[in-house]
Design a protein around this ligand. Structure first.
Ligand SMILES: [Fe+2]
Ligand SMILES: [Fe+2]
Length: 332
């Protein structure tokens, strides 16, 4: 039964010959791997989807500082403290590049932050889990930054210029983050029995939330088909998740710790691992605000925003004073 007179492919995306000339020219540029720049014409839905995607990404970078920030003052050595401090600062920088990229699409930083603080904007649900031991800092770098790299490397080739360029720098820093996390895990796994047990415990708690970072299964992923046609998503959630599992399981073997999944086994035919069912109820519960640290994370962001009001006001007053001084004096 036809309910509308628009030809779509099997995934529900409009076909080229059904598009208005402007939209068609836009899609053809994307198909030719051209980059779309801020002043170029773009469909409203492309703009909105990108603002949502980039701002969620920015919020995740900024909220993502909190679980690790918790351990800066308790890092076991001066060297570890300096490394962790640099890593957490990098995440703040990632947030800033990404808010800037979202601003090129016409969103203001104030409105994006307002949505975050009001609990209306999403950020990666992994940051709503607590960091209980130092090994969690290793597991986060290894798994969470590792999953972030999987997601972000393809985005270096995404169709929106400012986003793709931000990803190039971000990915360089993410690979340092992943390596520092793996290095912590190596040290712990080569240490005492107690240290190795700590590493195993961290892997047990962070493994499944890391797999959830790739989002719902392809069949349930609402924006996927259109986002792939626009090249703001280059691989499906399940494809990236599979790549992550295939890359990470041998690393756990090298560490001598066990991925907490009784169904995990190598599948010769597909050349990858089969793995167990993800608890999607948990994923949706945490996303809706029911995770162990949702309130704490959002509370910390709102407090930081409120505590920084005097500083923002000072900057504005200073900028206004400078602008006034630069204005030509009125004739005497
Ligand atoms: Fe980051
Ligand atoms: Fe990172």
């Amino acid at each position: 039964m036809y309910t509308q007179n628009i030809k779509t492919d099997s995934l529900g995306v409009k076909a080229l010959d059904e598009m208005e000339p402007k939209e068609r020219a836009f899609q053809e540029r994307i198909n030719a791997d051209d980059r779309i720049e801020p002043k170029d014409w773009m469909p409203e839905a492309y703009r909105k989807t990108l603002i949502r995607q980039i701002s969620q990404h920015a919020h995740s970078e900024v909220v993502g500082q909190l679980p690790e920030g918790n351990w800066i003052s308790r890092a076991p050595t001066l060297e570890r403290k300096a490394i962790l401090l640099a890593k957490v600062q990098d995440e703040a920088g990632h947030g800033l590049y990404l808010y800037c990229a979202a601003e090129t699409l016409g969103a203001t930083r104030d409105e994006l932050l307002e949505q975050l603080h009001a609990g209306k904007a999403k950020y990666s649900s992994i940051f709503n889990y607590p960091t209980l031991t130092w090994a969690d800092i290793g597991a986060i770098g290894w798994l969470v930054d590792g999953a972030a790299i999987m997601n972000q490397v393809p985005l270096q080739r995404c169709s929106y210029g400012p986003y793709s360029r931000a990803m190039i720098r971000v990915c360089k820093e993410e690979s340092f983050h992943q390596r520092q996390g793996f290095d912590i895990m190596m040290k712990l796994c080569a240490g005492t029995k107690g240290q190795k047990a700590m590493a195993q415990d961290a892997l047990n708690r962070w493994w499944w939330p890391s797999l959830m970072m790739f989002g719902p299964p392809d069949g349930e992923s609402v924006h996927s088909a259109q986002s792939m046609a626009w090249k703001i998503k280059l691989y499906s959630n399940d494809e990236l998740r599979q790549k992550f599992v295939d890359q990470t399981v041998p690393q756990a073997d090298l560490l001598g710790i066990k991925v907490p999944d009784p169904d995990l086994r190598w599948n010769e035919d597909k050349g990858g691992y089969d793995f167990g069912e993800i608890d999607w109820d948990e994923f949706h519960r945490v996303l809706k605000g029911g995770g162990p640290c949702n309130r704490e994370r959002l509370g910390a962001r709102v407090k930081a925003w409120e505590d920084g009001a005097w500083f923002r006001d000072g900057l504005m007053a200073h900028a206004e004073k400078k602008a006034a001084a630069a204005r030509p004096m009125a004739a005497e």
